[in-house]
Design a protein around this ligand. Structure first.
Ligand code: ADP
Length: 468
């Protein structure tokens, strides 16, 4: 079922329920108050008749019967075209009625007789010749004795007819409102959902045409649909970037693999053809092949790690003594220093939550980069600072530095500086930054061409450890 149909149905259902409840409540209140009004009128009339009989005892003979001729006249004063009165003696006989009753009499049953003789009043709805009457019966007291009953009645046919018409009118009104409401609902739902339909058509066109460079037109209304359009445009942008990155990545990987493969094939061809017969040259050729194979293995291991990173690889986190890791990296760096002076600067004691192997890999990447880009008479200094919340590991060199135009890109995959003579693969810093981020940290860099670079690894300090 489409959203449009569902919206319309819900809207119509709610409107219908509300109108129906309102109409029923209105009808009930009206019915109750009309009936209450009649009851009040009947009771007031009956009280007056009763009072007259009680006060004018002259009309009541010693044995309790009413002096008919004169009372008849008085009783008719209380009657009106709609109000009928009849007086009944204690034995249940009708003593007198108003003239408008003609030959009709209100039926007087046991229940009414018993209740009124007990001194209580009672309302009843009675049928007299197919006409409904509301009748109020109340006892007449003389000297504290019940000597008879006054019954005052009113035909309620007119009220019932009126109520019936009101009911029909209300139900008709509800039905009419529902039809109009449903039509308006369909119209509104169509109007409200039309922009979504348009967005859907536009996105379908973009996806079919496989042109992720296209964007949806953004209207200036700044409503929910504008925001949806902006979000979809952002998503298209990201998808486009992602596909571009994939294309570049495959091109870069093939390029990276082709170079060592060509070198290996060339050297193996030479060996196969027996073109190298001097043992020393043959050993050198094999060393070149071995070097290229190592390079390929490293590249593949790095790519594997990055693809695992993309897939959300989680590390084995535990409390790590970062000062020990730094010391370890310092020792390894001294072995690989190629004449560069490796120094251990300030070293605080610091614990972090992390994966010791990955942190070692990260710091080694930074230190080996520094060694690569620093001349033999230069230095690389590793320092560790513990602040209140953060631990900083600085790797500072006084090598060639990084041009400010290159700084924003050095953490990207396969980015290599233009004057990079060292044949790096451009993955080291991307991996280092990923490791830092997984540790809820970051690597920042400041660099000054010809004066050197300073890479800083920021990691959150383990807070639950007390330091001496
Ligand atoms: P690579 O394999 O090329 O070293 P990285 O991702 O580790 O790849 O580094 C990216 C680029 O950043 C390098 O090619 C180099 O130009 C620059 N770079 C990194 N570290 C330093 C440094 N300490 N001094 C100068 N340039 C650096």
């Amino acid at each position: 079922m489409s959203i449009r149909t569902r919206l319309t149905l819900w809207y119509t259902f709610l409107l219908g329920t509300t109108l129906l409840l309102f109409s029923l409540a209105l009808y009930s209140v009206l019915r109750y108050s009309l009936h209450a009004q009649i009851d009040r009128t009947l009771s007031a009339q009956a009280q007056q008749v009763g009072k007259v009989i009680e006060s004018q005892q002259i009309y009541v003979s010693q044995d309790g019967t009413v002096d008919l001729p004169q009372f008849d006249v008085l009783l008719n004063v209380f009657a009106s075209p709609a109000i009928y009165i009849q007086v009944i003696a204690a034995d249940g006989q009708v003593v007198v009625t108003t003239r408008n009753l003609g030959k009709q009499r209100f039926p007087f049953d046991e229940n009414v007789l018993n209740t009124t003789m007990d001194g209580q009043s009672i309302y009843k709805t009675l049928q007299v010749d197919d006409t409904s009457f509301r009748v109020y019966s109340t006892p007449i007291f003389v000297h504290g004795q019940v000597i008879g009953v006054v019954q005052v009645g009113q035909a309620i046919e007119v009220i019932e007819d009126t109520l019936g018409q009101v009911f029909l009118f209300l139900m008709g009104g509800v039905a009419f409102c529902l039809i109009v409401g449903a039509l308006v609902g369909i119209f509104l739902a169509r109007q409200a959902l039309r922009p979504i339909e348009e967005i859907n058509n536009a996105v379908t066109k973009i996806v079919r045409g496989q042109d992720l460079k296209q964007r949806l037109p953004v209207s200036g209304t700044n409503d929910e649909l504008t925001r949806l359009t902006v979000t979809i445009n952002g998503m298209l942008e990201r998808l486009d970037n992602f596909f571009q990155a994939q294309v570049h990545l495959s091109a870069d990987i093939s390029h990276e693999l082709r170079t060592p493969l060509t070198a290996i094939r060339g050297n193996i061809d030479l060996l196969k053809r027996g073109a190298i017969d001097v043992p020393a040259e043959r050993a050198e050729t094999l060393t070149i092949v071995d070097g290229e194979l190592n390079r390929m293995s490293r590249l593949i291991a790095d790519l594997l790690l990055l693809s695992q990173a993309d897939a959300g690889l989680s590390l084995r986190m535990q409390t790590v003594e970062l000062d020990t890791v730094v010391l370890d990296v310092y020792r390894q760096a001294r072995i690989l220093a190629k004449g560069v002076n490796i120094q251990l600067g300030h070293e605080d004691q610091a614990m972090v939550q992390g994966d010791a192997d990955r942190l070692t890999q990260l710091l080694l990447n930074l230190v080996l980069n520094a060694i690569k880009h620093t001349p033999a008479d230069g230095f690389v200094r590793i320092s560790l600072y513990r602040d209140e919340k953060w631990v900083r590991v600085q790797v500072k060199d006084n090598g060639q530095g990084i041009a400010s135009s290159a700084l924003p890109y050095i953490f990207e995959r396969f980015y290599r500086g233009e004057d990079n003579q060292q044949k790096g693969m451009g993955l080291g810093l991307a991996i280092a930054q990923w490791i830092a981020k997984v540790h809820r940290g970051e690597i920042t860099v400041t660099s000054n061409p010809d004066h050197g670079s300073e890479f800083t690894l920021w990691l959150p300090l383990s807070t639950n450890i007390k330091y001496a």
